[in-house]
Design a protein around this ligand. Sequence first.
Ligand code: SF4
Length: 180
Amino acid sequence: MAKPLIATQHLTSCFGCHMSILDIDDRILKLAKMVDFDRSPINDIKEFTWPVDIGIIEGGVSNDEHVEILKDFRKNCKVLIGIGSCAVANSVPSMRNTVPLKECLEEAYLNGPTIVDGGIIPNDEDIPILLDKVYPLHEVVKIDYFLPGCPPSADTIWNALVALLTGKELEFPYELIKYD
Ligand code: SF4
């Protein structure tokens, strides 16, 4: 019988949540027996080859390419999980939300202290177009489960995956959902 499929993706993020997935240590061998990975930076597969059972998204939604990726994940994943504070509540990437986009671009490319001899705001058609602000995942598509934390611990991710793969309710002991 075919194993369940998992897909993962990072959007605007530091990749720390993916590091936390890999931080399940030797349980990665158990996971490899339980599932196969489809689209993911872990295996560098960039398009869905099949509809998958569980999609995992890290990071906030910053540009038009992210919107398309997220919609593609929603379309191809039976269950979609947002992991990490950036995906769940915007967190670090949303620091730019307090400044108008035009001002952000001018500071980064025209007026910032590291700009010498003038600068130019990139506008090549191949470059994704920035959104007016950074959005958490659930403001773009329906998200089935949220795993907060920066990043969520490996144990939290492992518990969630095992529960979903074995058809159980997601339940976390207090130690996994306190953040002090
Ligand atoms: Fe990085 Fe934390 Fe955001 Fe995860 S939640 S992508 S670890 S900043």
